[in-house]
Design a protein around this ligand. Structure first.
Ligand SMILES: [Zn+2]
Length: 284
């Protein structure tokens, strides 16, 4: 008996769920936030032909111990574009000051226009519970945009979406007023080198600013290969124990072998798809 070739290809995982028509836009407060929270998942989408865009809502011109202003903003923008290039996603850095973001109408409208221009099916953003005001207000403005993207008379210079996107939050560890709920957990073990390469492009962040804040600047190797290995050992890739139930749901018996992951929570605003559609959006 002949088994159809298509069945064999499916069984071999060669013909996986087609995501090539999916359009995803992610918003972070700083040029590296989207990368930390969703760089691996974005790399997986991009490898399968989905169109992914990362947007930094501020220009990163404040977070550094010895540089600042326009020169730092230009450096951060170049790093972000290079980071996006390394995994195949577009990167835009908006020119709002770092450390001073507020949930104004102007910023909300910037976000509404970006979601519409990208014709997004999926929007990713931080939750509005966060220690950093820029992260918090990025979460607020994306929430505030979640309905307005379909309202024609809001920012009428950019045509409204006819179909509301699905909004997901990035993972975080904040407990109040409510903890992050992992609805989707994606293994990034197979793209860990891509995510590492993406973070490695943010030299001013991962090898200068963040270690300085943590009092570990003297531990960063000078050699470019050695510092990348140092970055690999940092905290950006691990599986949170609270994600285990969702991980088991997603990967079944393979869940225990997953070493690196990213998690997302379905937002109450925007379109609310059934689980079957969510699985098609994240067929990993
Ligand atoms: Zn940040």
């Amino acid at each position: 008996m002949r088994i159809p070739v298509l069945c064999l290809l499916f069984a071999a995982g060669i013909l996986a769920q087609d995501v090539s028509s999916l359009r995803i836009i992610a918003f972070g407060a700083h040029p590296d936030d989207c990368d930390i929270r969703a760089g691996g998942t974005a790399a997986k989408w991009a490898a399968r032909g989905a169109k992914v865009k990362f947007v930094s809502v501020t220009n990163g011109d404040a977070g550094h111990q010895s540089e600042g202003g326009g020169a730092l903003a230009r450096r951060r923008r170049a790093e972000a574009i290079e980071a996006g290039r390394r995994i195949g996603v577009e990167y835009e850095v908006l020119d709002n000051h770092d450390g001073e973001l507020l949930p104004t109408l102007e910023v909300r409208n910037q976000v509404i226009r970006r979601i519409r221009q990208w014709n997004a099916d999926i929007v990713l953003a931080p939750r509005p519970n966060d220690y950093h005001p820029d992260h918090r207000y990025t979460g607020v403005v994306v929430q505030d945009a979640a309905y307005m993207v379909v309202v024609p008379n809001v920012t009428p210079d950019t045509p409204p979406l006819r179909k509301n996107p699905v909004f997901f939050y990035f993972a975080d560890r904040f407990q109040r007023p409510n903890a992050f709920r992992a609805d989707v957990v994606i293994s990034i073990d197979d793209v860990i080198e891509k995510k590492l390469a993406m973070l490695d492009a943010h030299v001013s962040q991962f090898y200068e600013w963040l270690p300085w804040v943590d009092g570990e600047l003297n531990q960063v190797p000078k050699d470019t290969a050695a510092r990348k290995e140092w970055l690999r050992k940092q905290r950006f890739f691990s599986v949170d124990s609270a994600w285990k139930p969702a991980l088991a749901k997603w990967y079944g018996s393979r869940a225990d072998s997953v070493r690196h992951a990213e998690a997302f929570e379905l937002c109450e605003y925007g379109r609310r798809p059934q689980e079957e559609e969510i699985r098609k959006m994240f067929p990993f």
